[in-house]
Design a protein around this ligand. Structure first.
Ligand code: SF4
Length: 760
């Protein structure tokens, strides 16, 4: 199996950039758009991204501004790349599949596979066949339906969801799985913000962020950005940060890499942004060691406590702590006992740096903490996020303007999918409501998340793997184990817009079911349909595509799922009607999911509507005792043996999740290839290597070693003992059993590795 890129000879490494966007951002956006879509189609699509009557960007989940504040171009470079990638004029049609056996396709890079363009019709791979061949929709759904009906236990099926699926598709999909009788509904959230959900649910009673765009841009005095690279992964966040800076807010960036998007922003919407030096973002940059965030936040919480002891009543928000929280004394005892030498060793930061960060916090009337996968994919991810909640509670930084936690979600509707019931551990109240609405008894036994699904497939416990979007084989850890696990399934089915690696690491039989993209018109039952999504800040709004579908044989995700429901269960709960009128699905959602009253009307109005968020709205905490919970989190970090490094996987700027748009990572100065590993100059010297050397990375785990061969070393400013390499190329190094406590999220940001000279 390969995740190939250009050969290492073609990689060119220059200086990392110190500012994000500016003219290069516009130039690259336009180059992608024009090459994939042409001029007319580019104009037709780009100006509809994130507009009130347009479609939701299929890329990240960053929130849209209020309708009155939206610009004509309400997208970023990566939004443009994502739309160009989807609305391309290239096609991966039946002739393509006839010309290329699966064995050939499997050897191509992820970039090459998707660059061939949009899928055009359902394709089927028979047992032992060498090529995918066309199949009608009727036959495709019959193959899936027959296989699912033949299972002697519904738990021998797994239904995976990627974060692009709309609310309507997600709700219909979980209904299908539960009507069959299983809660095996893993999703991409299991691999990204599951740790955030676990920590937030425990501490404030809801697993979602508690700030709005207005809190960030217009209210916060201090914005702390931890383990997040907004310049590449959520670029329009930079506009909100710039607005915050202009009115005097401070920004503290905490990250092992000095990402350009944390340092300076050249706003492409403003002449000054294009021509001048742009806006300085981070006032303070703390180059924390990989996995050192828990130690850092323990340290700053200790300092806040000590400052309060020295001047009682001046630092902590006693009114909030006493009126709204529980567990302060136990947490305080933990901070008093924390050892500074250990905090400094594990965080890689000095006590003075931590004290200076505390100065910023005490000077700020309101504080927001934003984070992403730099925090969530570690063994101690949940304790780390709990400690950040402690940090916010100490000064009452929740439930008032400009304050609160902001986990920044990755894929555009990953938060909405969970709201719709895509969860292997559904709450009893959700299942009760489902039973009342549809009249069948849903399964109560918890299902498998992503890691447990791979284990189950590996162990021969799964016959049917069905994926609604995504690229499961590339997104998941332990690539070789996952590939072997998929191969043990009797049938693998993928609903997709483009060819990807998951279609090539298949079960005994396989189907590719091609679907509409967000940019495309969706006509069902003789009428144009819209779908809805929920962003990172709990806003729900409509998305309407306008382009003609890439092929007349494409179907929407909703149509595919409801068609399968009809095929399997007949007319029992109105599958066909739901597939022809999505407002019927929204009516069911109104009746099952709290907060969706009058759904179709409110979603259809410009800008949509905000779901209730009790901690943000009224300092109401739906924990068992109604309090926000301080927690005790023992200082810890992954211990790295001598001669080893702690590797984090990262995305390049030419990439969104598993989609690789190109081979450059402009902000980090890396061009023409992806097989690189970033290591500090001092570590290179100490380990006996030099910039430019070719190495194999070898990860160490209790069940043996894993090897990623042929990576070019790049000397890079990252803390001692740390390393970084691209996802998904480095996924092969992440052991399946290395997961976060309490969330089971793969520890893709802390993998112990050693470097060896590349094997010839
Ligand atoms: S910030 Fe995210 S949602 Fe907005 S245009 Fe860019 S990629 Fe799309």
């Amino acid at each position: 199996m390969t995740n190939g890129s250009a050969s290492d000879d073609e990689i060119h490494v220059g200086k990392p950039e110190t500012s994000a966007v500016g003219l290069p951002g516009i130039a690259v956006s336009m180059r992608y758009a024009l090459s994939e879509m042409g001029a007319a189609r580019s104009a037709q699509t780009l100006l509809r991204i994130n507009q009130a009557d347009g479609f939701d960007c299929p890329s990240c989940a960053w929130a849209d501004p209020a309708v009155r504040d939206r610009k004509h171009a309400e997208f970023c470079e990566n939004g443009a790349k994502s739309v160009a990638w989807e609305a391309t004029r290239k096609r991966t049609d039946a002739a393509f599949f006839a010309a290329h056996p699966v064995s050939f396709l499997r050897e191509q890079s992820d970039h090459w596979l998707e660059a061939n363009g949009r899928l055009t019709e359902p394709m089927y791979l028979a047992p032992d066949a060498t090529h995918y061949v066309p199949v009608t929709w009727d036959d495709a759904l019959k193959i899936v339906g027959a296989k699912l009906r033949s299972l002697d236990d519904p738990n021998r099926a797994v239904f995976y969801t990627s974060g692009r699926a709309s609310n309507e598709a997600a709700f219909a999909y979980q209904l299908l799985a539960r009507r069959l009788g299983t809660n095996n509904l893993p999703d991409c959230s299991n691999m990204c913000h599951e740790s955030s959900g676990a920590a937030l649910t425990e501490t404030i009673g809801i697993g979602k962020g508690q700030v709005t765009l207005e809190d960030i841009a217009g209210e916060a005095d201090l914005i702390v950005i931890v383990g997040q690279n907004p310049g590449t992964n959520h670029p329009r966040m930079l506009t909100s940060l710039e607005e915050a800076k202009k009115r005097g807010a401070r920004i503290v960036a905490i990250n092992p890499l000095p990402e350009a998007g944390l340092l300076r922003f050249k706003n492409p919407q403003k002449a000054r942004g294009l021509a001048g030096h742009g806006t300085k973002l981070a006032d303070r940059f703390l180059p924390v060691r990989v996995n050192g965030d828990l130690a850092l936040f323990t340290g700053v919480n200790r300092v806040l406590l000590e400052r309060e002891d020295a001047a009682p009543g001046t630092v902590l928000d006693r009114e909030f702590i006493e009126g709204y929280t529980d567990g302060f004394e136990a947490a305080a005892a933990g901070w008093r006992a924390a050892d500074w030498a250990e905090i400094e060793r594990l965080s890689g930061l000095s006590r003075q740096q931590v004290e200076e960060f505390a100065d910023d916090v005490i000077a700020a009337g309101s504080v927001i903490v934003c984070w992403a996968m730099g925090l969530t994919q570690h063994r101690n991810a949940v304790p780390t996020i709990r400690e950040i909640m402690n940090f916010l509670f100490l000064r009452g930084n929740i439930g008032r303007p400009g304050a609160g936690p902001c986990p920044v979600r990755g894929h555009s509707n990953v938060q909405g999918d969970r709201t719709m019931g895509i969860w292997e551990k559904p709450p009893a109240a959700f299942l009760d409501a489902l039973r009342a609405e549809f009249g069948f008894e849903p399964p109560r036994e918890h299902g498998w998340d992503t890691v447990d699904s791979i284990r189950a497939m590996r162990d021969g416990k799964v016959d049917v793997f069905f994926a609604l979007g995504g690229n499961f084989a590339a997104a998941t850890p332990d690539s070789a184990v996952t590939a072997a696990a998929l191969a043990r399934c009797a049938l693998t089915v993928h609903v997709s817009t483009k060819l990807n690696r998951s279609h090539l690491l298949h079960g005994r039989e396989a189907l590719i079911l091609p679907c509409l993209g967000r940019t495309e018109r969706d006509v069902r039952g003789g009428a144009e349909q819209f779908v809805t999504v929920e962003d990172s800040m709990s806003m729900v709004h409509a998305s309407r595509g306008r382009l003609a579908p890439a092929s007349p044989l494409l179907r929407s995700e909703v149509a595919i799922i409801t068609g399968l429901g009809q095929e399997m269960f007949g007319p029992d709960i109105g599958w066909q009607a739901m597939g022809e009128d999505y407002s019927l699905i929204r009516t069911h959602i109104e009746n099952v999911v709290p907060g969706f009253a009058d759904y179709s009307a409110r979603a259809g109005q410009p800008g949509g509507f905000m779901l209730p968020r009790p901690p943000h709205d009224s300092r109401t905490f739906r924990t068992p005792d109604g309090k926000a919970h301080f927690t005790v989190n023992e200082v810890s970090a992954v211990e790295v043996p001598p001669g080893h490094l702690l590797l984090q996987t990262i995305r390049s700027h030419d990439q969104f999740n598993t989609t690789v748009y190109g081979l450059d990572d402009r902000y980090r100065g890396i061009h023409g290839g992806r097989h690189v590993v970033l290591v500090s100059e001092d570590d290179l010297r100490e380990l006996g290597f030099a910039d430019g050397d070719l190495v194999d990375m070898v990860s160490v785990w209790s069940d043996g070693e894993r090897r990623a061969p042929g990576f070019r070393l790049v000397s890079y400013p990252t803390p001692r003992g740390c390393a970084a390499a691209y996802f998904p190329e480095a996924n092969v190094l992440v052991p399946l059993d290395s997961t976060a406590q309490a969330s089971n999220t793969p520890t893709s940001k802390s993998v112990v590795i050693r470097l060896e000279p590349a094997r010839p």
